[in-house]
Design a protein around this ligand. Sequence first.
Ligand SMILES: [Zn+2]
Length: 73
Amino acid sequence: MIFRNPSGAPELACDACGCRWFDRMTDRCYECGEPVSAEARSAFAQALSEWQREIGVALQPDTAVAEPDRPDG
Ligand SMILES: [Zn+2]
């Protein structure tokens, strides 16, 4: 499941137990071992990028446009 934390950022939590701690190596919940579905992860990635765009626009209206990737970072 996806929920919003107090600062408004999306968080991904286990559908089975509500825990939001995942082993990112295996994509399983630490608490109950429930696998995290690809749907949940892609939905979370989308929610996160939307949220980042929202706060980016809100905080920095002039610099919200994403910079192109640079090889030297
Ligand atoms: Zn769980």
